[in-house]
Write a protein that binds this ligand. Sequence first.
Ligand code: SAH
Ligand code: MG
Length: 957
Amino acid sequence: METGRSSAIAVKKPSPTPKAIIFQKFGKEALYIVDEVRDVAPNGCPGLAIPQKGPCLYRCSLQLPDCTVVSGTFKKKKDAEQSAAEKAIEMLGIHPSTNDLSAEEACDKLIACVKYFFSDEFLSSLHPLSGHFRAALRRDGDLYGSVPASVIAACDSKLSNLCKLINPKVESNHFLLISYIMSAAARLPEFVVTCEGQLSIWRKKSYPPEIMESSLFQQSDTLDSICIKAMHIPCSLEKAVQPVTLNISSTGYYLDVIAQKLGLADGNRIMISRTIGKASSETRLYFAAPKSYLMNQSSDFVNVKEVAQIEDLLNSRASCLCGQDIYGDAILASIGYTWKSKDLFHEDITLQSYYRMLVSLMPSGVYKLSREAILAAELPMALTTRTNWRGSLPREILSTFCRLHWLSEPVFSTSSIPLKASTESSRLDKKLKFSESVELEKECMSRGAINDLELVGSGSAFKCEVKLLSKSQDLILECSPKEFHKKQSDSIQNASLKVLSWLNQYFKDPDLSLEKLNNSASALDIRIYPENLSKKFALYLSMRNIQQTETQGGKFLKSNSMNMQTTMPDHGVCCLSTGGPDSGVYPSNGCLLFISYSISLVTEGGNTKELLESKEEFEFEIGSGAIIPPVEAVVTQMAIGQSACFNTELPLQELILSAADDSVRVLSLLLSKVCWLEYSISLLQLTEAPEDRMEQAFFSPPLSKQRVEYAVQHIRQSCATTLVDLGCGSGSLLDSLLDYPTSLEKVVGVDLSQKSLSRAAKILHSKLSTKSDVLPYNGVKSAVLYDGSITMFDSRLRGFDIGTCLEVIEHMEEDEACLFGNIVLSLFRPRILIVSTPNYEYNVILQRSNLTSQEDDPDEKIQSQSCKFRNHDHKFEWTREQFNSWASELAARHNYSVEFSGVGGSADIEPGFASQIAVFRSSLPPEEENHPKDDDLEHHYKVIWEWDSNNLSRSSL
Ligand code: SAH
Ligand code: MG
């Protein structure tokens, strides 16, 4: 009975699952990371995918000590994990018996493997290598039947893993691997023949005729000759990468054809890199074995690397593409035998696909490619709301980046802490300085459960650290963000984005001093390990032509930011034209835009115009950095329905050439003529930022209109003739005020946003200049816009009748808001100052209103709140108590009285007004206000635009 049962169990005992096998071998060193992915489709660039909307699937990447495998996509997480484990087992050639082979046993196995390859039955097997064996039998003369050792190394991962057991250096030294194969073959004198100084192997006896016949006639690739495009990548950076055509006749062997392109007699001395791009890719680099290697073949192979470097043969372009050392000229081709079919697989490699591979090595490149907008898209600086993110998500981009640069898969470690409820007043006690836990509470409350303390109390918050390591586990950088997130996946995405953002800066300007690199890194909570960092990327960065980096974008912005009608001096910038009706609706930060655009290469004189990139519909969030700066600068000056056209200098050459369909022609234009880019953009549609959307839809009249009416009421009561709008933004208040009859004669706006100011100038200019010939606009005689920070004093703005500062202070840090309060009441000293800011306590009502979650994906509903506060640009939002204490203290300190009020909602009904307002009044009688004449000349602001009813308007530009 007992025995019966136990034997039944033994029989039933399932074979261990792939995960169990991996666990046996690697224990806790095996790390499974499951990712949510949207349905993905390949997009032509090796290793990259465009996410599309679809059901949520899972993909697992399994990190092992010296490799990482990624599963396909599955509906269930556990299937993804098992599949990753299965792939790892296959890739590493793990068999229960080979688990713990000694070097000696591995050596025996290696010899057995080689022997098997040269056996009768192997010739007709499905193994990719058997295709080479069959092709070798079609080679002529001396070459008949000879198989290059490098294909054995390239086509069989089990074999290279055995070699790694013998000597781990095989991982980084390709030549060593070949030497092991050659010496294994040399140990089989009965079966195979090898020659001194040769890198190929023959079978000693010929195959039996029946095997020959059945194998050779089975395959169909012998029927047609093929012709594929490949790339010749010269070793010397001075020589251009050139397309080459491989003509492979029906009886030829493709390695011999590639060898000829490299100037070799035949394919026996060819070296083959690992595959480039995704796992199923057959794209590889081919190059001639260096002479130094052939000569030293029997001695110490580990030194080959050094010998070759002395000879200065390292091909940096090719080496960067595959992350392996490649020597001399190389051919990049996508061709080879696969498991899938006995036919020879092949694909063209065009100049464009070559440049796309280079672009995908840039930290922002994967993002650009995922958006299919290489020239227009940029890696966003922040993940503001998940719903507004387009293209591949940061975590996926970072993984791809690491894979393409032959780094270990990024290591994420998340930690969570339970959230505890704490009272609002404790924040004030801290004198507006946040401790980390308060920061956390603020962050978490703004995500998902604003002001809902009970709910906050029950959740946890996540923080994620990420490390980048080389394959040999050298630490390159680590990022430990301070922020906590309500969702674990958010913390991972944000940490990934920080790393990518920093790498993006670094790749643009790698030659910064160590101090500057460290500073930029620590601003993103990153610690870098400079030695490992430059060791890893030095080759790639040195090969790139960094001179023409996107400095042009900056130049363009500076000279164009103010006046769009101007034709820009010097080349590189634009002559902009705008067309179409002015809808009066302009994009601002947080807006989601749809534009259509086309970007063409134009030659001097405008004779030739070559379309590079165009999109019918491109969606992005303003202010997130998701589009290149010149486009954003122009688009924020446009209204819906308008179109614009402008030029810029050329961006990086690889970007242009990877966008162009006809890269060859574009390259020849670039080399022969002076060129620039011409952009043509239309603003199709605009979804306003959550805050604006909410203000318009939830309140009638909209909150912004209510604020204007509130200000008008105070202007009338006080008979004010001068008004300064502090933080005037795009001038909406000044613009609206002009429509009311008031006592105002002079209106001034100050802001530090160039974009907003130029829009304000445009709006005020068109309004004032149309009426100025008849009557001063509703009595207003002069208007000025200044560029400056309102935390700095400017004596020209002292002693105004009324100052307004609507919805501005929350855009500053809290200590700056305090500084602003002190400066405005002690130095500017307006008789009346009106300050408005959101009431944090009101958010809970806005949340319930469901207005901000119009997202189509129900899963994302919660996510839509992941934006901090009402607008992601807000640095804080105060409760009534916080605002009252800020304003009261300030008033008392500077001899003002203060009253509280607001717009949206009511003072008497909880939770008060939506926008809370403080009205400060100077307690000093006017004669005691000591306003020295403007002779102490503290002019810190720059006049941006000025209008005077007596003179013609003039702009400072
Ligand atoms: N008052 C406007 C704009 C509000 S948006 C309105 O009610 O529509 C906030 C504005 O404050 C932005 O335009 C921003 O550029 C500006 N701002 C933030 N900090 C500032 C500072 N220190 N000095 C001047 N303007 C500032
Ligand atoms: Mg605001």
